[in-house]
Design a protein around this ligand. Sequence first.
Ligand code: CO
Length: 207
Amino acid sequence: MFDDLLNNNKAWAQRIEEQHPGFFKELAAQQKPDYLWIGCSDSRVPANEIVGLMPGELFVHRNIANMVLHTDLNCLSVLHYAVEVLKVKHIIVCGHYGCGGVRASLGHDDLGLIDNWLRHLKDIAYANNEILSAEEDEDARVDRFCELNVIAQVSNVCKTKPVQRAWKAGRELTIHGWIYGIEDGIIKDLKVDAKSFDCMPELYRVG
Ligand code: CO
């Protein structure tokens, strides 16, 4: 019930304060997260909970289908702040199987405004047509595409200026590609860690 939310919040804050006295006062003074999370807006993939992190430990950006687009000032601003001000050491792109955005991008329905967002996914699908059409079952195709999308977004993160500046300065910064199973709650590491310019085509290098 909607009316429960504020009561839930009071109970939650009280519980945290009992378990960790002074928790909120300390956090109010500063945040020092080591991780930036880029995930899907899907309500079944709550960032902090699934990796067991407390408030203050994870800087979060979420959008439909966990995309990192070079014209998305929202995502790029989050990334900029996380890398250059908070100096996070890890950026996690976490997709999830059965992603509705990914599934919709493989269809042909006129969905209105969101089609412009999903078009970026379509481009990735088109570029990976051979791999995707080898999957016979539609669900398997969607899941395979969910993985390919994470890999493409990890690559996009690498190409951004804050990441390149950090690497150029010799800072330790690793980009990870993960995918979450909404059916079992388990995260799979796609093992596409990127931690240097070696992970990026020369054409995209800046400076
Ligand atoms: Co999703």
